[in-house]
Design a protein around this ligand. Sequence first.
Ligand SMILES: [Zn+2]
Length: 103
Amino acid sequence: MPSLPKPVRRPWQPAPQKREYVQHAARSPEYSTARWQKARLAQLARKPCCEECERQGRATAATVADHIKPVRLGGDFWAPTNHQSLCRPCHQSKSASERGQQA
Ligand SMILES: [Zn+2]
């Protein structure tokens, strides 16, 4: 159906991203790579529920692929064994409790 005009694509402008993705991208350049998007989606596909909520007996859809051991504290960015699925509230409280930790 060629009748509808397609929205103009400007390849030099990045596509709009989800909010949590943008927050990640501000922290580490790896978060803006296609490789991480793939790893993130793979993690969420493998564990679609928030693992922290699961530990507390709740079933919550995960939206964030988190590093169990933070990368800046020596965690492996790409190792799937260092990834876990979290919902946004769990990710935020984990990030908040990690703030101030020293490597
Ligand atoms: Zn959660």
